[in-house]
Ligand binder design. Structure first.
Ligand code: PRX
Length: 691
């Protein structure tokens, strides 16, 4: 490292010296176990303390540290990220090139000529230093029946799954679909894919057979991993049956591994493999594949404003580095902490902050299988007391729900272990923020409102890291993470340079955690994220920058809505509603909801000859959406209308619909371009009747 007078550089050099052990020449190669073993030998010989890789770095938390490091990460990103990648990750082949990015062409490559294995980084290196440290605490749906897995046990489980997948023909470059609840075997399956070089495609276990099938087909998976049944909130879901239905329309699927979450036997077909039985036959050592940094680690489908869900692609080293670094610094994670992220592994939050970030840092991470109100609204806080959780990371929708049940459900439990509280997925309103801070955190735990997306791989804007006594403003994500350079754009596509202003939120520089492409559709990737503001990554969100320069997310700028923190495109719902034989056309919008944040409102035009009562149709449409997509996408309100407000060229004027639903009739705006202005009056009247 070149160490000048710049404090940022000095801080990075300090990091460098602490972790240099990782980079000592591999003298243990003679041990005959190849490059992985030799790296691990180096780690052990150096006496370094498990996965910390650096102490709570002087510089990162210090007064001048954050600002200087932020400065350094932006002005000399190559040196910053190179230092971080060397310190934080174990490589089987060092990288020479740090980045090769061109945002205008959607080209993003980091550490491309380096090689590593993500599962080795998440498991083996911790096993060699502290094998009996707890890696996972599985907080099962049945309260009080948690199960702990050490790093050694998780590595063994991962190796068995890796060997099983290999023996059954899964190769480097294949994509395995995982349709499982949040449980240790799901984590081991993700890591096993990473170990043998296959990509994983985790599909949220609340998705319907059709939604699952669509994702399996797009990912071209030949292997699916599932469980016989899921258990959540005391209710059993027939996951294997859903997979059976899904694979009917997935010609690529050759095998389905079925693990047993409950005792209930399920019908097995010739395609199905009893997972645990087969795992028992496998060895607990599995040679990790050497992966290039830019090989695919996983696909994760998410909704866009148009078309089908897109399979965002994340790759190996950059993603892992970014997840690990943000996990440590945004939550002030310290070695030995118990990290409790309650997101499902089917979402990006589960990927980055239940699995990859914490495990890369050698943390004890909690796998939460239940719901915030099962068996009662004290569930989270009982868990915090029992598992001694230090950082709790959840969604505003759950906080809003719990605050309605009253403080007694929180106060019943000892929360003295808590150090940081996190919020993710949607805006957190001031009332929920204050309650989270004052009641849950007893006014002593910083609340970090973290803004990010499936596309960004990890947290991009959050109150921390910050100077030790820096203020945290309720409901504001506030500060960009190291290497993140947010900009706001005006309607003409110009960068807004002043503070106290709002605009479209873009990123001016690439960072290692960002998605690399959309599976099978790089053109859509470019069009969606890089075309709207050439040279910038467009997030799809709007944001406000305060006088002080802090960021606050104001919501989506496109036709994506956020229901209880789950993203869904209005076009996807319309597509399903329009398939109903009674429906001529529909328009779906989001409206503000006190618990869910946003809820789904559907305007539906029926075909002329339909005589079914509206209440019946409404029920049917809701259940069709649940069946075809997922429960959370189902409309809360359905209004049947004679016609939709359209322009003369036939475009639905959603702006007008939104204003009607918001009861903001004074801002309906210019209606002169409407094909038939009487449509609006009818809609206003119908809306009032519906309420
Ligand atoms: O609109 C933003 C909202 O969630 C979107 C990303 O959704 P998804 O890819 O499913 O990832 C969710 C978990 C990271 C964003 O475009 N969003 C996420 N975090 C926040 C947020 N809105 C406001 N405040 C946040 N902290």
């Amino acid at each position: 490292q070149t160490v000048g007078n710049d404090p940022g550089r000095v801080a990075c050099a300090e990091l460098s010296s602490w972790v240099n052990a990782m980079w000592l020449p591999a003298k243990c190669a003679a041990a005959g176990r190849g490059v992985w073993a030799s790296r691990l030998c180096v780690l052990r010989r150096s006496g370094s303390n498990t996965a910390a890789f650096m102490p709570e770095a002087a510089g990162f938390g210090g007064v001048s540290g954050r600002a200087a490091l932020q400065d350094f990460s932006l002005s000399d990103g190559d040196s910053f990220w190179a230092a971080a990648a060397r310190h934080r990750l174990s490589w089987s082949r060092p990288f020479r090139t740090v980045r090769d990015c061109d945002l205008s062409r959607g080209r993003i490559k980091w550490f491309e000529d380096g090689e590593l294995n993500v599962s080795v980084n998440c498991l083996d290196r911790h096993v060699h230093t502290c094998p009996e440290r707890v890696a996972l605490i599985w907080e099962r749906d049945e309260r009080g029946s948690e199960v702990r897995y050490t790093y050694r046990e998780l590595l063994e489980m991962t190796c068995r799954v890796g060997n099983l997948l290999r023996r059954r023909g899964v190769k480097k470059g294949d994509c395995v679909t995982i349709y499982m609840p949040t449980c240790p075997l799901a984590v081991a399956s993700m890591l096993a894919c990473a170990r043998i070089g296959a990509a994983h495609n985790v599909v949220f276990a609340g998705f319907s057979a059709e939604a699952l099938a669509e994702r399996i087909r797009d990912a071209q998976s030949s292997t699916v991993i599932t469980v016989n049944q899921g258990v959540r909130g005391g209710k059993v879901t027939e996951l294997k049956k859903t997979v059976d239905a899904a694979v009917q329309s997935c010609p690529t699927v050759q095998q389905v591994f079925v693990a047993m979450r409950t005792e209930k036997p399920v019908t097995m077909t010739a395609r199905d493999v009893a997972m645990e039985e087969e795992m028992l036959k496998e060895d607990v050592v599995c040679e990790p594949a050497a992966m290039s940094s830019e090989d695919i680690l996983f696909l994760l489908y998410t909704s866009g404003s148009t078309g089908k869900p897109k399979g965002l692609v994340h790759t190996q080293a950059g993603y892992l580095l970014y997840a690990a670094l943000t996990h440590r610094y945004v939550f002030s994670y310290q070695d030995g902490d118990v990290f409790g992220c309650v997101a499902d592994i089917g979402w990006i939050t589960g990927h980055s902050y239940t699995v990859y970030g914490p495990l890369a840092n050698g943390a004890t991470t909690v796998l939460f299988e239940s719901t915030p109100v099962y068996p009662d609204p004290g569930r989270y806080w009982d868990m915090v007391e029992r598992l001694k959780i230090n950082q709790f990371y959840g969604a505003p929708t759950a906080i809003r729900l719990l605050l309605r049940y009253g403080d007694q459900w929180v106060n019943k439990y000892d929360r003295s272990s808590l150090k940081t509280l996190g919020s993710v997925g949607e805006p957190i309103n001031t009332e929920a923020w204050e309650w989270y801070h004052r009641v849950v955190g007893e006014g002593r735990c910083p609340v970090v409102d973290t803004w990010w997306q499936t596309e960004t791989g990890g947290i991009c804007i959050a109150p921390k890291p910050s100077e030790p006594d820096a203020e945290i403003v309720p409901g504001m994500a506030m500060r960009p993470f190291f290497g993140i350079k947010p900009v706001l754009m005006d309607a003409e596509g110009k960068v807004l340079t002043t503070n106290n202003t709002s605009g479209a939120l873009c990123m001016a520089q690439p960072w290692p955690g960002m998605a690399r492409t959309i599976h099978n559709d790089h053109q859509r990737f470019i069009e969606t994220y890089f075309r709207p503001y050439p040279g910038y990554f467009f997030t799809g969100d709007g944001a406000y920058r305060s006088k002080e320069g802090y960021y606050q997310i104001t919501g989506r700028l496109d036709d994506v809505i956020n229901v209880s923190g789950h993203r869904i495109g209005t076009a996807e719902i319309e597509d399903v509603v329009n398939q109903c034989p009674a429906v001529a056309e529909s328009a779906v919008i989001g409206y503000s909801h006190s618990i869910k944040g946003e809820a789904v409102y559907a305007f539906v035009v029926l075909k002329k000859d339909v005589n079914v009562p509206e209440a019946e149709l409404s029920k049917e449409l809701k259940s069709i959406v649940s069946e075809k997509i997922a429960k959370y996408a189902s409309p809360d309100l359905i209004q049947f209308v004679k016609r939709l407000p359209k322009t003369r060229s036939g475009k639905i004027m959603r702006r007008v619909l939104r204003k009607v639903v918001e009861s903001d009739l004074d801002s309906l705006g210019d209606l002169s371009t409407l094909d038939d202005p009487t449509a609006v009056q009818e809609i206003i009247q119908g809306h009032q009747e519906l309420l």
